[in-house]
Design a protein around this ligand. Structure first.
Ligand code: AMP
Length: 349
């Protein structure tokens, strides 16, 4: 096995391509945007839409295995590729995670607790569902939401839901019960094609305006909570017959109980710390998994904090570079728009 196809050309694809190169693999990126972050460091790019059948065939012909760096890859594209090449993680992981209702049903079926929820297809259903949750809840689009986009929070019965269904685009929505969490955490785990599973330590995550701000490791949770997270990740990976790295996000309640928020069938922003604090990063772990190499056990040698550089934060790079024990990682994006992830830094403690 020599060449890995990566669907999606963002920073996650870029970091996967860099990890692949270190293990002597070539990478080809499928991405419509020319000179995308991943293509800058890969061996080739097919410039085409993710559902372009001729481009998908070209990718399959050129690669030995195909992976992806975002969860909104069309399921049909993954299925088409899977006819001739291994696609890791499997298309089922995309299908489950692309719709927040399907995702919660799947998690509940694995015995994993989530927020209570109602599927919403009209303003009337929204009002009924809000009444069921005493006027509190988080309204989200079922599909294509990320970084808190396409969401509205109802904090109390005083919040008027009038027009909310239309305001979110009159598309299928989900109303989740409001989870009174004390903190948020995630676990990055991997499964090899021989069924071996390895988990990294959980990270404690702080979001600002719906975007990940920092991940701190170790998280302030006890071993029992960590073990529940590991078991949940293991159950998800096994149920999907998964190969590769997954990110599983949780809310932590005051009593330490975990409520799963979502899964990401790919390397995850809250796992970027692994490149600085572990011998084997989540990116290399993913490459190892999908190429059938032995997995790392996920061991960590340092405590650390990862912070995203968002928009104008890129101007702070010189001062980050001057700090001791700090790794700066930039994504090759030229324009620093507000809310855009430009890079990240991880400092060891
Ligand atoms: P998501 O897009 O689902 O990752 O949500 C973005 C952020 O909104 C989460 O990281 C939480 O901080 C908050 N959030 C999402 N869903 C809920 C919920 N059901 N209850 C309370 N807070 C939530």
């Amino acid at each position: 096995m020599r060449t890995i196809g990566i669907i999606g050309g963002g920073q996650l694809g870029r970091m996967l391509a860099m990890a692949a190169a270190r293990l002597n693999f070539r990478t080809i990126i499928l991405e419509p945007q020319v000179d995308c972050p991943a293509a800058q460091v890969a061996n080739g790019q097919i410039v085409a839409a993710y559902d372009d059948e001729a481009a998908l065939r070209e990718l399959a012909d050129a690669c030995d295995v195909i992976t992806y760096e975002f969860e909104n890859v069309p399921v049909g594209a993954a299925e088409l590729l899977a006819r001739t090449r291994p696609v890791c993680p499997p298309a089922k992981a995309l299908q489950v995670s692309q719709d927040r209702v399907t995702e919660k049903q799947f998690l509940n079926g694995c015995g994993i607790e989530t927020a209570r929820f109602h599927a919403i297809d009209s303003q009337e259903q929204l009002e009924q569902a809000l009444a069921d949750f005493s006027g509190q809840g988080v309204l989200k689009t079922r599909r294509l939401g990320y970084d808190g986009k396409g969401q509205r929070v109802f904090k109390s019965g005083a919040d008027d839901p009038a027009g909310a269904y239309a305001a979110l685009g009159s598309v299928p929505l989900i109303l989740e019960s409001f989870v009174p969490f004390e903190r948020e955490m995630s676990i990055i785990a991997a499964r090899g094609n021989d069924g071996t599973i390895a988990c990294y330590d959980p990270a404690e995550n702080i979001h600002r305006q719906g975007i990940l701000h920092t991940s701190t490791v170790p998280a302030s949770v006890n071993e029992a909570t960590t073990e529940v997270a590991r078991r949940a990740a293991t159950a998800i990976l096994a149920a999907l017959g998964y190969v590769g790295v997954i990110g599983v996000e949780f809310f932590v309640l005051a009593d330490g109980k975990l409520v799963c928020n979502e899964i990401a069938p790919r390397v995850h922003n809250s796992g970027h710390w692994t490149e600085a604090a572990c011998a084997v990063s989540q990116f290399e772990q993913h490459i190892r998994a999908i190429t059938g190499l032995p997995l790392s056990d996920g061991a960590r040698h340092s405590d650390c904090v990862m912070r995203n550089l968002i928009g104008d934060d890129i101007d702070d790079v010189p001062s980050w570079l001057a700090k001791p024990n700090t790794l700066v990682h930039l994504y090759g994006k030229t324009e620093a728009r507000p809310g855009r992830k430009m890079g990240h830094v991880t400092w060891l403690k």
